[in-house]
Design a protein around this ligand. Structure first.
Ligand code: GLV
Ligand code: GLV
Length: 380
């Protein structure tokens, strides 16, 4: 339930009415919006917004919205938003599968996201989940808190090693590439990746790492792209899911693909929950105690499928991939700039890294406008 008293108004005399369904991290974002003639209405509480809540928040007049990744910006909501004068949905996320992009484009509504500034943060969490799962970090923590540690034992919390194994990366975007670089450089992993197009820059990076490793007598990492998803699941010791979400990817990881995986493999999902058939995953984790998983996203988020929390061989985190102070602060700046820029019809950025725009938000560019081309938006 949304509570009217939770709305806080900044710069009440601003000409553009902008709603923010959550208070973002830091204060620069709200200062930027206010400095560009926006009246900013911030929902300063943790309640989640459903369809009716968004429609109520949009009201009769609304120029821009700073939205969250778990809000249903579907055709009905977008139509009401457009009728209210809405020009831009600026999402505080990189993944925009919750926004009907086609409907927004038809209605002339700009859709913006925050790529680039959350790459390392999200890669760090994906890598953390790999290690937590395979080295049983969370399980060990529970064991300690339960007072069960009675001394060192040869096979206490025996996990498997990460070094020298094969990473199977599903989705080699910015985040996936960062995961691949860190595991290949840090632990000499071989990288097998599936991505719609080749990533020559990543391949060159790993090839250069191999040169350095050879010079210093370490194991040489390798990299190869595959067009065969099944091969990725068969060959990899660690499968990390980092693709953006489309409905075609629903249950990409089902009972059959889990069956292809090595018995002691690790599966990490930092993409979107529905990529994994969670009921099938639970059955697989039960049947294969050596198999481990790390999940940052959930099929029916925020609800967990029955049985998941009973399993020792899965590590759960509450969709916190980008949750670092650095990343969330920069995302807030980008989200504000996207909104301001779209309202003022600044050119859509095609040339400056979003990290630079977030660090120095004085350039008059819309950092990341996803439907710029379809809307014939001027580019800069
Ligand atoms: C997080 O999942 C995001 O899409 O930013
Ligand atoms: C997100 O920024 C990605 O490209 O993976």
């Amino acid at each position: 339930m949304i509570r009217p008293e939770a709305w806080k108004i900044h710069n009440p005399t601003g000409r553009h009415r902008v709603i923010a369904t959550k208070r973002l991290v830091g204060t620069r974002w709200v200062e930027l919006l206010a400095a560009h003639d926006c009246r900013v209405e911030v929902y300063d509480a943790e309640d989640m917004f459903g369809e009716e809540d968004l429609i109520a928040a949009v009201g009769e007049r609304c120029d821009g919205a700073l939205g969250q990744l778990n809000e249903p910006w579907n055709e009905r909501v977008l139509t009401r938003f457009s009728d209210a004068g809405g020009k831009v949905i600026s999402s505080y996320a990189v993944g925009v599968n919750n926004i009907d992009l086609a409907a927004a484009t038809r209605l002339g509504v700009a859709v913006c996201n925050t790529p680039g500034v959350l790459t390392e943060a999200t890669a760090e969490l994906a890598v953390a989940l790999v290690f937590s799962a395979i080295r049983r970090v969370a399980e060990g923590d529970r064991y300690m808190r339960e007072g069960r540690f009675e001394g060192w034992l040869p096979s206490l919390m025996l996990g498997r090693q990460v070094a020298g194994r094969t990473l199977g990366l599903f989705g080699a975007g910015r985040i996936g590439q960062s995961v691949a670089r860190s595991l290949a450089a840090g632990f000499g992993l071989d990288v097998l990746y599936f991505n719609p197009h080749p990533r020559p820059e990543l391949e060159a990076y790993v090839a250069d790492l191999a040169v350095v490793a050879k010079k210093h007598g370490h194991r040489l990492p390798s990299i190869r792209r595959t067009e065969d998803v099944d091969e990725l699941f068969r060959e990899a010791d660690l499968v990390v899911l980092l693709s953006s979400y489309t409905p075609q990817l629903r249950h990409l990881v089902d009972a059959r693909r889990l069956g292809l995986m090595k018995p002691a493999a690790v599966l990490v999902n930092a993409s979107r929950g529905p990529v994994v058939d969670e009921a099938a995953l639970i059955a697989h984790l039960r049947a294969h105690p050596e198999f481990t998983a790390g999940l940052d996203v959930f099929e029916f988020e925020p609800r967990l499928v029955d049985g998941l929390t009973d399993l020792p061989n899965v590590v759960l985190s509450p969709h916190t991939g980008s949750a670092t102070l650095e990343s969330r602060s920069a995302m807030a700046t980008l989200a504000a700039l996207n909104c301001v820029g779209a309202l003022h019809r600044w050119p859509a950025n095609t040339s400056v890294p979003t990290t630079e725009l977030a660090a120095d938000p004085t350039r008059q560019l819309v950092p990341s406008l996803l439907n710029a081309k379809e809307l014939s938006w001027p580019a800069g």
